[in-house]
Design a protein around this ligand. Sequence first.
Ligand SMILES: Nc1ncnc2c1ncn2[C@@H]1O[C@H](COP(=O)(O)OP(=O)(O)O)[C@@H](O)[C@H]1O
Ligand SMILES: [Mg+2]
Length: 400
Amino acid sequence: MDPIRNPYAPGAGQRPPELAGRDRELKQFEVTLERVAAGRPDRSMVLSGLRGVGKTVLLNALRSLAVKRAWGTGKIEARPDQSLRLPLAQAVHAAVREVAHRHRDPDKVDQVAGVLKAFALRTELKDRKASSGQSRWQPPIDVLAAKGRADSGDLELDLIELFTDVASLAGDLGVGIALFVDEMQDIPLAELSAVCGACHEMSQQGAPLIVVGAGLPHLPVALASSKSYAERLFRYVVVDRLPREMAERAWTLPAASEDTTFEPKALEELYRLTDGYPYFVQAYGKVTWDVAVESPITWADVMQAAPEAEAELAVGFFGARYDRATPAEREYMTAMADLGEGTDDLAVSTADVARLLGRKPQSLSPARDGLIKKGLVFSGERGTVAFTVPHFGKFLRNQR
Ligand SMILES: Nc1ncnc2c1ncn2[C@@H]1O[C@H](COP(=O)(O)OP(=O)(O)O)[C@@H](O)[C@H]1O
Ligand SMILES: [Mg+2]
């Protein structure tokens, strides 16, 4: 069928034509926004799950809800080895800009901009250099940096001061500030702890500022080990595969708006192939659409599309990640895949990986740590590792 009208959207962070199965989270977040704007205590949200389940897309949808309520919003994507100060300053700046132009007191706006500048200028030289390739952002130049506020160098203290002032600006307008952090598991532990500390302080003050996070499955564990009270700050939402009915919505609703339907057997096969993982839902939906000649789309269309969809995923979704691994890391993952066979690639024990490779566990630490840093595997529980990418074990086994 006409590829130009193909509604499906495989790709990291690509907004799906139908955001299926996330109504509960969206509703919950609306309540949170209302409560926080009214100065009532509420927990913010942290999304966690494997790659390709739709965390980024949901995070963006939550941001849209905040924007619709005229909140100030900003977003960052955390990276390993990158200090949070500069990216956070940038996100806060974006959020401030969204509310400042409606504020009645220009002096107060300038004051907050000065504090933001002071906060940003405390960025260490090495971090400024590290980020110069990625962002051209500069602190506001039309104001002087404040002195003695948000510039101590202690991230937690500085964040508390910055957040307090920024929240007050939004509070004057009856709205709040929401900062969205993607790949939150990549924030170094000390900084994660500072962010939690600042959020805790905001909630105690009833200040309308929240941090909403998304990251890999071990993010809740990382948060809990950064501050013991993290669990009371955030509502942990596990983003996961779509149940059958929701996956079917993700295929049929966008098709319906193009006057196209699916035979039930086609949907059944699509679900079997994709397991309801959102990235696969979009990828198989897209190729199937292109292969099909007319509505309704049939089982035969799906069967014809499957090898092509699989090949595209092998390059774009799996291959792109596999290519980033060193030979030693690949060997480690291959052992994980062998051990995971028949278990749906649940977590495997690092001791078993070592045994299979005939090596001492310690000698494999660099490979394991490298894979964790590259976001290919995670350790949800001590002594275990699992793939962050669904069906990755199967992909590796099929390589041979
Ligand atoms: N609820 C959903 N319904 C249908 N498709 C979705 C849904 N959530 C995500 N997708 C699709 O899945 C893919 C991966 O989404 P993304 O947000 O990048 O995942 P993650 O951030 O968890 O890796 C995208 O192509 C997106 O369009
Ligand atoms: Mg993502």
